[in-house]
Design a protein around this ligand. Structure first.
Ligand code: G16
Length: 542
């Protein structure tokens, strides 16, 4: 039976960098999730009778919202919903399933790298028919709709069994439960030289993958252990848990410290990697080396031709603005266009659809290609393995050779988490006010060459996105970027991105903190970080 439920709008249902992310307690309020989901359905044109893909990273509240979404999709006229068994789909797998089955779009339930559990975070995002995150014009329309919504539609029906593969019906709508892993694993097998990777592993190459008790566990087990023949203990923390075992499923030095300890410890394996809550992020380590995400993008782009899918070369490379310029050097050397976009994978969608770029990446541990429209953690791991299998060199040797050819972009991001929102806004506003007068300012030995508030005009649809981060460029090519995160759920997170370029022939083997010490001091002087936030050091350095 179809029910129409009268509601009053909830304030603040504004999608951030990647969908709506809030504390579970917020989502548990009566009608809260329903209002947001109805707002999504209300702004979609032509969805009647179409297919929707549905899945999430398995965090606490995932199963409940899967049931709610199914009943609302049926009441809103969808013809079919394809659901990952158990309500599970990694973000890149969801993107692939949307594309493979020609779906109208998809709803992905995830707060990505944010912690999960009854007191932690949940999220809902909408992806369009190309498999990618909804662009700003759609997320803005969804937000506008949430502000005036006065009812939602839902089918009054019993919960469906979402744990058996097969097809059932909900009202007039078909519900198809699929294996969440198989399509994605097949896609990976079509892109990479699995025989070469299998031979590498069979020859004694040792690898470890930390799934962080998040969604990639079953994907990594199928691909690395079953299809590529890695030993059964290759995947660590491979069982997805609703609270990720009480940890942040955020692959960085702080939250994946076990992996870092192992890779920098005695008897380290040859290769280590981790992914995040919903499987779109990755970090890459070799024995005794961490490859920064910005460097990983550059190294993958420089070597992608070694994998079958990219053997004929790349169309172009895109990176988010705060990501280091390491990839720019590769693009220049290969004669490829390089696009600099705002933070957020959604900005890559048009470039990928238009065939302007093949590989994209972000400093926030995201890399991916035109095979889907999301960043893809296991894809990056497999491309690295394919390159290692082809080159038969260590990760450290590949990194060293890369820097000797292109120079090295020393790079770090300093995060100040959970700071007072007004203080964070004040810091950015004050800096913005001073932008016109910053050029020529001397800070220690550094001289500001230019400073601006990054704006991006999409070259495909000409849409303009303003206020995407403050850039302070110094003479000699060093750079500081400051922006506020759009993915947090408590207070504000200030991100400070620091970069120094060391050309070929320079000192390529420094410790990153040493190489950045003057930039760290300059960031504090120029942005008054300590005095405005009350913090004298960052919470997380990535
Ligand atoms: C999301 C976006 C990424 C972005 C990252 C960090 O990643 O998809 O494009 O780089 O957030 O954004 P912010 O700096 O605003 O917190 P994920 O993995 O959280 O979906």
């Amino acid at each position: 039976m179809l029910k129409t439920v009268a509601v009053t709008p909830f304030p603040g249902q504004k999608p951030g960098t990647s969908g709506l992310r809030k504390k579970v307690a917020v989502f548990r309020q009566s009608h809260y999730a329903e209002c947001f989901i109805q707002a999504i359905f209300d702004v979609l044109e032509g969805a009647a009778g179409q297919t929707l893909v549905l899945g999430g990273d398995g965090r606490f509240w995932n199963r409940e919202i899967v049931q709610t979404t199914l009943k609302m999709a049926a009441a809103n006229g969808f013809g079919r919903v394809i659901v990952g068994r158990g309500g599970i789909l990694s973000t890149p797998a969801a993107s692939h399933v949307i594309r493979k089955y020609g779906a109208f779009g998809g709803i992905i339930l995830s707060a990505s790298h944010n912690p999960g559990g009854p007191d932690e975070d949940f999220g809902i995002k909408y992806n369009i028919g190309n498999g990618g995150p909804a662009p700003e014009r759609i997320t803005d329309a969804i937000h506008a709709r949430t502000e005036v919504i006065d009812h939602y539609r839902i089918l009054d029906a019993a919960d469906l069994d979402i744990d058996q593969i097969g097809e059932t019906r909900l009202g007039d709508m078909a519900v198809q439960i699929i294996d969440p892993v198989a399509d994605y694993a097949d896609l990976m097998e079509s892109l990479f030289d699995f025989a070469a990777i299998r031979a590498l592993i069979a020859g004694g190459f040792r690898l470890t993958f930390d799934a962080m008790h998040a969604v990639t566990g079953p994907y990594a087990t199928e691909i690395l252990e079953r299809r590529l023949g890695a030993p059964a203990d290759t995947v660590l923390n491979g069982t997805p848990l609703p609270d990720f075992g009480g940890h942040h499923p955020d692959p960085n030095m702080v939250h994946a410290h076990e992996l870092f300890d192992r890779m920098f410890g005695p008897d380290a394996p040859d290769f280590g990697a981790a992914s995040d809550g919903d499987g779109d992020r990755n970090i890459i380590l070799g024995r005794g080396i961490f490859v920064t995400p910005s460097d990983s993008l550059a190294m993958l782009a420089a070597n992608a031709h070694l994998a079958p899918a990219y053997a004929t070369g790349l169309a172009g490379i895109a990176r988010s603005m705060p990501t280091s310029a390491a990839a720019d050097r590769v693009a220049e050397a290969l004669g490829l266009p390089l696009y600099e976009t705002p933070t957020g994978w959604k900005y890559f969608g048009n470039l990928l659809d238009a065939g302007r770029v093949t590989i994209c990446g972000e400093e926030s541990a995201g890399t991916g290609s035109d095979h889907v429209r999301e960043k893809d953690g296991l894809w990056a791991v497999l491309l690295w393995l394919n390159i290692l299998a082809a080159r038969r060199e260590s990760v450290a040797e590949i990194a060293r050779a890369h820097w000797e050819r292109f120079g090295r972009n020393y790079y770090a991001r300093h995060d100040y988490e959970g700071i007072d929102g007004a203080a964070a806004d004040g810091l950015i506003a004050a800096l913005r006010d001073r932008l016109p007068t910053l050029a020529g300012t001397r800070v220690g030995d550094l001289v500001v060459a230019a400073a601006d508030d990054f704006a991006y005009q999409d070259p495909v649809d000409a849409s303009l996105s303003r206020h995407q981060g403050i850039r302070i460029l110094f003479e000699g090519g060093s750079r500081i970027v400051l922006r506020l995160s759009g993915t947090g759920t408590s207070g504000a997170t200030l991100r400070v991105y620091l970069e120094r370029y060391e050309p070929v022939g320079g000192d390529l083997g420094r410790a990153t903190p040493d190489a950045l010490v003057d930039l760290i001091a300059a960031a504090d002087t120029l942005a008054e970080i300590r005095s405005r936030t009350g913090r004298d050091q960052p919470d997380v350095i990535t």
